[in-house]
Write a protein that binds this ligand. Structure first.
Ligand code: SF4
Ligand code: SF4
Length: 444
């Protein structure tokens, strides 16, 4: 029997419409808007000014804390302003605007397709290179990647897990990377094994991607310590804790981290970026983004320069379908609605989903009928109906006691609720408030 995580889970329609679309490069945009806060942690500090000329790959904003990340120019040209601009959340945050002139890259960046297998850098140099290159979790978590390689004293990384699950419906960027950049990913895994000093790496891939499982298995068959684990299709298996549970049968304790049980998890997108940084000296200036939807003319997987407007992706995928009701940054389960289209692709943008009007209509909300469906699907063992009520009433103390901070915002509870209760909306709101309360308490 195929492995999967221990509790909860659902199987929504997969709708992987863009799965056969090979990754293609989006034309270089005329302007980019590069937000300073596009990773978890402290926003970066700009080191360029209005009027400066920059090249692709040039550092334009520096990491500004332990949990922070460098940011590099994704186009060459002139910095025209640094001012607040709306991001995908709808809030205005500081961003660097660059007007493109040509496509001039920094010296020393290897843009060739040649596979570089030999890993020359030592452990510390690898970690430093990942930090310098501004790499963050590209699965959407955007946690700075170098921080994960620094295993705290007293802990030991035993397993490196590679997240090739991509369980979110519609999204295919990671699947395409596994098919098209297989050998680069294998080198990326070896780089991380060296950085973490681990002897065992496991690539977790759901069984609905037999081509990716086959190609990755073939690529690692003669490499000691790396194996591929096929997994049962079960949402949200791409969640870090769920992947660990599925692959290793170990559970991350409440409030704990994967390293507490000897695991470190990287998404395949981040592994590819790490390969490019360490072997090709290329900072994170572009990423693969899926643009898809049932009415989209050409569902696609584009390699996109960071800071490109979402509008340009939509145009290249055949334009905005007339009956579009909602546009999501991400997939249908965890994605968030975009308030406007002219927002930039950032490091954490894995996909853009265009939902037709008829599917975007909000369901009528009824009172909870205590059916317990939400409890049975919650992969974190929470009681979503209760958290929903508490969130609606602003009972944040109770939410904290009921472990709202363990919620991974997978949306499984909302998905199954027969009363149409927007549980995730209530829980997200409450989680934000509880997070603020905890931070305030800890700084006292
Ligand atoms: S969104 Fe949170 S509460 Fe709801 S099922 Fe997922 S983890 Fe559980
Ligand atoms: S699934 Fe909906 S109706 Fe059923 S217990 Fe949960 S909140 Fe109540």
């Amino acid at each position: 029997m195929l492995k999967t995580f221990s509790i909860g889970g659902i199987h929504p329609p997969e709708n992987k419409l863009s799965v056969s679309a090979a990754i293609t490069e989006l034309p270089i945009p005329k302007t980019v808007v590069i937000p300073l806060a596009q990773h978890l942690g402290v926003p970066s500090k700009p080191i360029v000014q209005k009027g400066d000329q920059v090249k692709v790959g040039q550092l334009i904003a520096q990491s500004n804390g332990f949990i922070s990340a460098n940011i590099h120019a994704s186009v060459s040209g002139k910095v025209v302003k640094i001012e607040p601009s709306a991001d995908s959340t709808g809030y205005k945050r500081d961003a660097i605007f660059i007007e493109t002139e040509g496509d001039e890259w920094m010296d020393g960046i290897d843009r060739s397709a040649t596979l570089v297998k030999e890993i020359k850098l030592d452990r510390n140099a690898i970690i430093d290179k990942i930090a310098q290159s501004g790499i963050v979790g590209l699965g959407g978590a955007t946690f700075p990647s170098h921080v994960k390689t620094m295993v705290p004293k007293g802990k030991k990384a035993e397993y490196l897990l590679i997240n090739g699950v991509e369980c979110e419906p519609y999204l295919t960027a990671d699947h395409r990377l596994m098919l098209e950049k297989t050998n680069e990913l294998v080198v990326g895994i070896q780089i991380l094994m060296k950085a973490l000093d681990v002897k065992k790496a496991i690539i977790g891939i759901e069984n609905n991607k037999p081509d990716a499982i086959a190609i990755m298995k073939e690529a690692v068959k003669n490499i000691e310590g790396i194996k591929v684990q096929a997994l049962k299709v079960q949402y949200p298996q791409g969640g870090e804790k769920q992947l660990i549970s599925a692959v290793l049968g170990r559970e991350v304790p409440s409030g704990g981290l994967p390293i507490d049980i000897g695991a470190v998890v990287y998404n395949v997108g981040s592994v590819f970026a790490i390969y490019e940084a360490v072997q090709k000296n290329k900072p994170l200036v572009e990423r693969v983004v899926t643009i898809t939807g049932k009415q989209v003319k050409k569902p696609s997987n584009f390699k996109v320069r960071i800071g490109t407007s979402v509008l340009e992706l939509i145009e290249q995928a055949g334009g905005l379908p007339e009956n579009t009701g909602k546009i999501l940054n991400g997939g249908p389960m965890m994605g968030k609605a975009l308030a406007q289209l002219d927002v930039p692709v950032v490091k954490g943008s894995s996909g853009i989903l265009l939902i037709p009007e008829q599917e975007a209509i909000r369901k009528e909300v009824f009172t909870c009928i205590r059916c317990t469906k939400c409890i049975s699907v919650c992969p974190m063992g929470l009681e979503p109906y209760l958290l929903g009520i508490e969130g609606e009433k602003g009972l944040y103390d109770k939410m904290e006691n009921d472990r709202v901070m363990d919620c991974i915002e997978c949306g499984s509870c909302s998905y199954v609720c027969p009363a149409g209760r927007p549980l995730l909306d209530y829980i997200r709101l409450g989680k934000g408030k509880v997070g603020q309360i905890i931070r305030k308490r800890n700084t006292k």
